[in-house]
Design a protein around this ligand. Sequence first.
Ligand code: ZN
Length: 291
Amino acid sequence: MREPANAERIVFLSQEPDRWRRSRALLLQHYNALDHFVDLEQLTWAGLDLSTLTPFRYEFVAEFAAGRAAHADRFPVIDPAKDRDHSLEWPGFLPWAIAEYYAKLQSQFSYLKTYERYGTPEEIANARANVIYVMGVMGHFVGDGSQPLHTTVAKSGWVGPNPNNFTRKDFHALVDGGYIAKAGITVEELAPRVAPAQPLDLAPRADGRDPAFVDVVEYLQATWRTVEPLYTLMREHKLDAVGPEGRAFFDERLLAAGQMLGSLWLTAWQQAAPDPYLQATLIQRQAAPPK
Ligand SMILES: [Zn+2]
């Protein structure tokens, strides 16, 4: 990944899921758009507990649908005219998207390691290209997961009771990239502050849930805790122009995303055991090469 062509490709792919968002195919909007965020408050409204959240996406879908139906009074009424892709009844699936991409990457490292021992140069090149593809695409979702407005119902201005007098105006674009552009934050500037990637905490959980999924949920909860600080910066006009408080906030968010992505990549590689089925097949092929 330090080879310039691979680094370039990872950066290019990190924007791929947003290209999919611009598709006019409603079925792709429905499937893809929901992977970019999770409105954590909605899970609470549906009576679900983040500390027991299921790692299985479709199990969660069923649980959330049941919780939403049981507590319909807590949810805003959906206007079908504004819901052409049938997405508004869902809270977003970002935790599952990140954890599923992590599992895919681990699978790819597994077969890459096996091809590197027993495969042809073409197979190794293909397996490496697949690794680079998923590393890049998942970077988008991990990045979305450090952007506070991707973890809350208050994604485009404050909603509901407002005792802190937070803005109700939509400043999502400012947080997505507007401030970063205005401040001219660069990779070169932040790189010296990036700590070497640390493996995820994969200690077995008492409830048997997938530890990597639990780490992802905790990452998103940490992001969610920056929602009110962000709205406070807005209220105090600290983001109108570039200044030390705004700069520190965005630096910290970008570093958190990079750190998490590095941890996911590193752990996927460390945890990838060679693929035994593939290994047996390739050894057999070596013993009896095709005529
Ligand atoms: Zn996104």
